[in-house]
Ligand binder design. Structure first.
Ligand SMILES: [Zn+2]
Length: 166
């Protein structure tokens, strides 16, 4: 069972609430996206067409690296208590692998600024695609954990005899 946040009744776990027809939470998996690949691809185009100065691009790269390192710090195992760690461990590991691959892509992108070699850029974009894929996997695992959590919470309410407003 799932609790509908629109009408506060319990519904069978389907896409829409059986009472009010509202979308039930966490029923649709998030779409897979290629954010990092698209970003580096766009930056490489802007650089080749001279729409962006090298210094500006290097500043963007540094900013991006800082953000990723901050996220990596927050996604370390020791940031989670031992009860919740087993539930998120695989998702964290996969997410961290994705972020590491992205850092490698960013480092390769820096080298490419000197060479503007198409083979090097290909390698960088392949790394970024690998990073995107791993991060998408982590998001999907996160979604599945969240859905499992909501369903077990709804089931708990149902077993406890919860009666919604209707
Ligand atoms: Zn409802």
């Amino acid at each position: 069972m799932l609790l509908c946040y629109q009408c506060l009744n319990l519904s069978k776990p389907q896409d829409q609430c059986e009472h009010c027809g509202a979308d039930l939470p966490a029923r649709k998996a998030p779409p897979r996206v290629q954010t990092k690949t698209a970003l580096l691809n766009r930056w490489s185009l802007e650089y080749r067409t001279r729409d962006i100065e090298r210094l500006d691009l290097e500043a963007r790269l540094a900013e991006e690296e800082r953000t990723i390192r901050t996220i990596l710090g927050q996604a370390a195992d020791d940031q989670f208590d031992s009860d919740s760690l087993p539930m998120v461990e695989e998702e964290l590991r996969t997410g961290r692998q994705g972020l590491q691959a992205y850092l490698e892509a960013l480092a390769g992108f820096r080298i490419w600024l000197d060479t503007v070699d198409s083979g090097e850029l290909k390698r960088v974009l392949a790394l970024a695609a690998q990073a995107d894929s791993l991060m998408n996997d982590a998001v999907a695992m996160n979604f599945n954990n969240y859905r499992t959590y909501l369903e077990s919470m709804g089931e708990f309410l149902y077993q406890a005899g919860y009666q919604g407003p209707s």
